[in-house]
Design a protein around this ligand. Structure first.
Ligand code: APR
Length: 251
């Protein structure tokens, strides 16, 4: 049993899980922490790269100013992710995708670990670190299929223009349609999980707010309290892998 999670709260969430028809899940960096992926803010620290806060190196401004530097930062992060594997949190969520009449998994993460755990149709709010997108014609390519890894920035195979990481940088809009599809599902769900996010970044955090307003039973899973904890019906304090295994254990 996860340390700071009361038996009653866990029992209540299990009962809601059994009764739910339409489930909605929003995940953040914390869901990948047990895979070894560093979070951005958890534990009071913010990530820094070569003396720059990640919010600068991961910004539209930096893309304009120094595209190779942005590639260097994301190449470094791909290197960190290279040998990491999905953890039990990703696996439980993948197993849930066929459990309900409707199941929607939305992530702020760009690490592709949900898909690698077997989750289908993951709504990636912030893009995917394993993809590149052309700065001119917007053609996309999977970097795992790219032979010339040293070409930075890579040239678009369609139009030859420089490509950029296919992730949402600070100061940029979300990919067209992804938020809207997620918001529709949030408005219709009867059970909502918010897992491993500091609940600080919008518009992602509008989604659980929509689910709450629509009357969904809302559960937060995070070892720490967040600004969203007080609004939830249950805030299960613990690590996502352990808590989700406990929640799913009587299935
Ligand atoms: N299980 C669950 N939650 C965890 C775990 C764990 N094992 N370990 C840490 N956490 C929690 C932390 O307590 C923190 O609240 O995960 C949260 C991670 O917060 P952030 O690092 O702020 O990540 P996230 O909320 O996903 O950030 C949102 O901001 O930086 C941008 O685009 C980036 O998608 C990211 C967005």
């Amino acid at each position: 049993m996860p340390p700071h999670t009361s038996t009653d709260a866990l029992e209540e969430v299990r009962a809601r899980l059994r009764a739910a028809r339409r489930a909605f899940v929003l995940t953040g960096a914390g869901v990948s922490a047990e895979s070894g992926v560093p979070t951005f803010r958890g534990g009071g620290q913010a990530a820094v790269w070569k003396g720059m806060p990640f919010s600068l190196i991961s910004s539209a401004e930096m893309l304009e100013r120094d595209l190779p530097a942005v590639w260097e930062w994301f190449d470094y992060r791909r290197g960190v992710l290279q040998d990491l594997r999905p953890n039990p949190a990703h696996q439980v969520l993948a197993a849930w995708q066929d459990k309900f009449d409707a199941f929607t998994l939305v992530t702020q993460n760009i690490d592709d670990l949900h898909a690698r755990a077997g989750s289908r149709a993951v709504l990636e709010l912030h893009g995917n670190i394993w993809r590149a997108r052309c700065t001119l014609c917007h053609a996309r390519t999977d970097l795992r299929e790219c032979s010339n890894e040293d070409e930075r920035p890579p040239a678009c195979r369609e139009c030859g223009s420089p490509m950029r990481p296919d992730v949402v940088l600070f100061g940029e809009m979300l990919p067209p349609g992804v938020f809207e599809r997620a918001a529709e599902a949030a408005a219709r769900c009867d059970l909502c999980f918010v897992i491993g996010t500091s609940a600080l970044v919008y518009p992602a955090m509008h989604l659980p707010e929509i689910a709450l307003q629509a009357g969904a039973y809302t559960v937060e899973i995070n070892p720490e309290r967040t600004p969203f904890s007080a609004y939830c019906h249950a805030a299960l304090q613990g690590r996502a892998g352990e808590v989700l295994k406990a929640v799913a254990s009587d299935e």
